[in-house]
Ligand binder design. Sequence first.
Ligand code: FHN
Length: 421
Amino acid sequence: ANAQDYAYPMPEYTPTAGNLESRQEFQDMKFGMFIHWGIYSVLGDGEWVMYQQKIKNDTYKKLTKFFNPQDFNAEEWVQIAKSAGMKYITITSRHHDSFSMFDSKATDYDIIDATRFDRDPLKELAEACKKEGIKLNFYYSLLDWAREDYGFGHKIVDGKPVDADWDKYIAFMKAQLTELLTNYGEIGCIWFDGHWERKKADWRYNEIYSLIHELSPSTLIANNHHLTPIPGEDIQTFERDLPGENKGGYSKGVKVSQLPLESCATMAKSWGFNLNDKKYKSTKQLIHFLVNAAGKNGNLLLNVGPMPNGEIQPEFVQTLKEVGAWTTKYGESVYGTRGNVIKTQKWGTITKKDKVLYVHILNPTKEPYIFIPELKEKITSATSFDGKTKIKFKQLKEGTFLYTKMDSNDTIDTVLKLKIK
Ligand code: FHN
């Protein structure tokens, strides 16, 4: 896309060498932890509780008095992520409810000024991440349900909400982004969300993205606007979805771009902590999501919504441990790989790294073989994942037959290795 496709000025953007390097690193990491945490967790009804229960701002603000997460331990969170095989963490610095989960000078409605907690969780997380070699990213909401300058629900005329102060709101966001990019060490990505609420507004991305690129050229920009990427962005996001599938209902008509891709998903239904949300996805479903994302050349950003006491709920911790057992064993077939070797098949998918194709049989076939279509690469050998068992194959022009016994003990993913020329 170019500037004239947009109603408002867009940044001229040529990614720096450092930025391009960050993109590769991002793609290599493949698996991250999404964290939705805010004062809403006190009510245990998800992060949209303010909107869904029509709670007035003055009432909602009282939640700050009940938010005192004494059991929060950044090191523990990082360990949970790390042992699941996650390489980065993306946490909500401020969600739609307007509450800032970090020490911000741009507002009093933040964790330091408005709660008795008196600790900056993002600072503690930044330190723990740095220590453990985990990249830290910040989610940042463009949409704001509470601030007067945003004017939630107001009509948009000439790119601005009427009876609100759009200039002030943009300046506020810029001040906060500056804080987030200067007070927490190196940040991997700023992950915007909420654009979709105000499609006709002039979000002044030319200013916002340029500010980020100036302050921290290697920091990547993602914007979960459910559109084809706009200039200045480095990552294309897919909510509750794999690239190109539109199963989550958000990505209708959205083209998959050449940018690094990232799918985000929940472990149950809700993003923020939800007491009654027991629709837990199984370990197998989550691993399949990760592998299928990798097969489509994307990352998986898997969400947890910590409880108001600061802990991640035990059901999630258990599942993540099981996911970790898999990534410890088979991580080689995911990290650092690239996808789009073949279209996803009924039986599964393929990932690629250097001279190896990893065949992931997620759904074993009835036949004693699988058929791989359209392979460009010439196969020189086929083996089991550990390399100990040779596998017969026949590579024809129209595709390859791989005669394999699909391991019935490994009901999650039978991973095979094809060496290529
Ligand atoms: O409304 C938000 C929602 O609360 C959550 O943050 C997700 C994460 O992708 N994004 C929004 C919906 O698009």
